[in-house]
Design a protein around this ligand. Structure first.
Ligand code: ADP
Ligand code: MG
Length: 801
């Protein structure tokens, strides 16, 4: 058992504007406990404290000033916790501080650079490295990622996250068993066998969190996120299993509600969050008081989930993130005060060892059988009677568990009874034959199923027609937006032409899209795969891309027009610089990995040659000894020694390069995930912008009136019936969520006059309502573009009918 108070650390966020920085000092005398002193100017002090104190001192385990690197934070804070988790103790690291003070930066990492990766990715890296080194145990690692927002829990790794809004997802709820252990219902656990897989899960959760966030629910600052690594280990053959949970927690912003001063939804959320942090504080106060018997864990979801981390079986560490700008001084002081109270809490971490009863039973059964067999041998009693029903069942069970056991050292122990040995062989043969037959038949049935599926997948012509009809409507809206954009673009180009001082090459650079067609990442991936075989682990990449495919693949559903608009949007977006920079770094890393891969191959070949030379030299020496009828030379062979030295040197070189390549691979993976996340963010912002443009257009366009007119005219039942069905059409759901109803709904509902109404709707379209540029050349280009597109769509519609 390890008794320990909660460790508290402070991290001061770098201030961008030095003149706005508040006054503080850090006293880190080796002999004394490090102290952070915050000086409050008198005028400020008047505002919020009564006793007009000017200087506040707080003690911490360690204080990290502005220049502290992520690496140092990991080494001092997270590594010891990860180590004890590997040894079987629960651990928690939580970041507490006001919004913007660097909690997410510390726990997860920055969104731009690889060196900015935070505690979670570094801890994962460290844990998997240790697991690989330790072959004495069998480890399993699972990941879960929980978000608590407005007192409700959400599973950030729930695949439904992609399609649903936060509110529609099943809530994660707390269940308490009779031993008062907490269980979380609806929170999924995902096994991660490699660092890459775990990293993918982290990014998947973060991306899901970003997607669910809307301007109305800024969940990222108002929710708590708990990333948990579940570790279990057992020695081969042993029935004792060790479990440890490592929670890495990014809490909601700790700012007080009175200061937010906002109304409506925000206030409710702020209140809630402060309420849950308030309950956290209550629990902490209760724990720091000596003779309190009741600790109000159950008041909030977060304190229930973290019950063990607070005053329980856990090694807990808090990082107080502090932003010491003048305007944040009072929040910083309250963060430090909170930390001081937390430091009083004592935890008792115990080794979470458990005896797996199934394993004990199996072991005892084995023992009994062995004793019986021994007895049979000792008494010399050879058995001739048939095996009993129970014995047969027992044997088959043994075979099944032997086949299922992943432990390479497991054995099928049936003792010295030949009847049993024969039966085992028979049974295995039967299993093998059954499998063969099953394999064949399942293949044929799969083929059949596929055929049937495909049959079902063909949409009816009717549906196709409706879909196209719908697309036509959307395109109208797009055209209008595009015309507006064209106008703006034209103006930009003109302005650029009038600015002779503008650097042309710079202009060209900004013109190139951050993600040119042809997906350079794909080609880069192929490059990497030319590295040696050991370094080839494309499965991680595939895993990652399949996880994120749906999100980044949104573009595939975009029309040409929207894609064009997206390209321009992207080009002008501030993030495109980061994406572009990361792409360059990624390119470099791929080139490095490729070169390294080649060197590794060379080293490997050289090692092979050297080994061969040594063997040959050996054989020569032996042959010489025989032919000259001499004993083997007693003097050491200098040439062989030289060769061996070379071999050792090459092996060292190989090992160094290989370690480097592995690190490069992780970096590449991380950069790709960062880029994917940035792309999803960009996409999300584009969708929001597009929706806004469409709404604005509708509000301004004279066609709105004609739409109103149509809307108010009586609709046929079929039309009324059709619309909701169309709205639920899945493939278009994204576009529909964003695009309001188009301004020109053609009366497609009358089947008999489809052609006439379609043509009407097209010719009727008030071209004057399309905002033209006034430039006859451009205008005619736009009109030609629009006409061509309408023609194509019209043909498609008619062809389908
Ligand atoms: P919080 O999660 O507490 O609201 P963030 O971690 O999002 O705050 O930090 C706010 C901003 O400050 C982010 O842009 C982040 O990259 C940056 N930031 C925070 N801490 C640091 C640091 N130590 N070094 C560099 N940038 C930081
Ligand atoms: Mg944050």
């Amino acid at each position: 058992m390890v008794k320990q108070t909660i460790q508290i650390f402070a991290r001061v966020k770098p201030t961008v504007r030095k003149h706005q920085q508040g006054i503080y000092s850090i006293d880190e005398d080796e002999k004394l406990i490090p102290t952070l002193e915050i000086i409050v100017p008198r005028d400020l002090a008047d505002g919020f404290v009564n006793n007009k104190r000017e200087s506040y001192k707080f003690k911490f385990q360690r204080i990290f000033d502005q220049a502290a690197k992520q690496e140092a934070i990991f080494e001092s804070i997270a590594k010891p916790v990860a180590e004890s988790a590997l040894a079987g103790y629960n651990g928690t690291i939580f970041a507490y501080g006001q919004t913007g003070s660097g909690k997410t930066f510390t726990i997860t990492g920055g969104a731009e650079r690889y060196t900015d990766r935070g505690i979670i990715p570094r801890t994962l890296s460290y844990i998997f490295e240790q697991l690989q080194k330790d072959s004495s145990k069998i480890y399993t690692t699972h990941i879960s990622y929980l978000e608590i927002y407005n007192e409700c829990g959400y599973d950030l790794l729930d695949p439904r996250h992609e399609a649903s809004s936060l509110e529609d997802l099943p809530k994660v709820t707390i269940l308490e068993d009779t031993d008062q252990n907490i269980h979380l219902k609806n929170l999924s656990l995902h096994q991660a066998t490699t660092e890459e897989e775990a990293l993918n899960l982290l990014f998947l959760g973060d991306t899901n969190r970003m997607i669910a966030e809307t301007p109305m629910n800024q969940a990222s600052t108002r929710s708590h996120c708990i990333f948990t690594i579940h570790l279990s280990s057992k020695e081969p053959g042993s029935a004792t299993v060790r479990h440890a949970k490592l929670h890495l927690v990014d809490l909601a912003g700790s700012e007080r509600v009175a200061k937010t001063g906002v109304g409506g939804q925000l206030l409710t959320e702020a209140k809630y969050i402060n309420l849950s942090l308030h309950y956290l504080e209550q629990v902490i106060v209760a724990l720091s008081e000596k003779h309190r018997s009741h600790i109000p864990y159950r008041n909030s979801m977060m304190t229930s989930v973290l019950r063990d981390s607070l005053g329980g079986n856990c090694m807990t560490t808090m990082i107080a993130t502090i932003s010491l700008e003048k305007r944040n001084v009072d929040e910083s002081i309250s963060t430090c005060r909170f930390a001081q109270r937390v430091a009083l809490i004592k935890n008792e971490a115990v080794l979470n060892e458990e005896i797996d009863p199934r394993l004990v039973i199996t072991r005892l059964q084995k023992e009994i059988q062995e004793l019986k067999d021994e007895l049979a041998i000792v008494t010399g009693e050879q058995r001739t009677e048939g095996l009993t029903e129970a014995e047969l069942i027992q044997l088959e069970k043994l075979i099944t568990s032997f086949l299922e056991d992943q432990d390479p050292e497991s054995r099928l122990e049936v003792g010295a009874d030949m009847r049993k040995i024969h039966h085992c062989f028979h049974h295995l043969k039967k299993l093998l034959n059954d499998k063969k037959i099953l394999g064949k038949s399942s293949v044929s049935s799969e083929i059949k199923d596929q055929d049937q599926d495909q049959g079902c997948q063909y949409p009816s012509k009717e549906e196709e027609y409706k879909k196209l009809q719908d697309i036509l409507k959307q395109r109208d809206n797009e055209i209008n937006i595009l015309v507006n954009m064209l106008k703006k673009e034209k103006k930009k180009t003109q302005d650029a032409l009038h600015l002779p001082s503008m650097d042309r090459s710079e202009f060209r650079r900004t013109q190139t899209s951050p993600f040119p067609p042809g997906n350079p990442e794909e080609s880069q991936r192929t490059l990497l795969s030319s590295a040696p075989r050991q370094a080839q682990d494309t499965s991680a990449f595939q895993h990652r891309s399949s996880l994120l495919h749906k999100k980044t693949g949104m573009r595939e559903e975009m029309s040409l027009g929207r894609q064009e608009a997206f390209e321009i949007f992207k080009r002008d977006h501030a993030d495109s610089i980061t994406i572009e920079d990361n792409k360059q770094i990624l390119k470099q890393r791929f080139a490095e990995a490729k070169a390294l891969g080649e060197s590794i191959n060379e080293a490997r070949n050289k090692i092979g040659h050297l080994k061969e030379e040594i063997t040959q030299r050996h054989m020569q020496q032996v042959a010489l000894g025989i032919s000259e009828n001499m004993a083997a030379p007693s003097l050491p062979d200098l040439l062989e020694e030289k060769l061996r030295a070379q071999l050792e040197e090459e092996k060292r070189r190989y090992k160094t390069m290989f370690t480097h390549l592995k690190a490069l691979k992780v970096e590449i993976e991380h950069l790709q995930l960062l880029m994917d996340k940035a792309k999803v963010k960009l996409q999300k912002e584009f969708e929001a912008w597009w929706a806004e443009e469409a709404t604005n257009l509708q509000a301004n366009s004279p066609a709105v009136n004609s739409f109103d007119h149509i809307k108010s005219s009586p609709q046929t039942p079929e039309f009324q019936h059709e619309r909701p069905r169309l709205l639920s059409n899945k493939s278009d759901v994204n576009a529909r969520k964003i695009l309001p109803s188009p301004p020109y709904p053609a009366p497609f509902n009358q089947k008999s006059s489809t052609r006439a109404s379609l043509e009407d709707s097209i010719s009727e379209r008030p071209t004057s309502s399309i905002p033209l540029t006034g430039d006859s050349q451009t205008d005619s280009d736009i009109l030609a573009f629009i006409k061509a597109r309408q023609n194509i769509l019209q043909k498609k519609c008619l062809g389908n009918k």
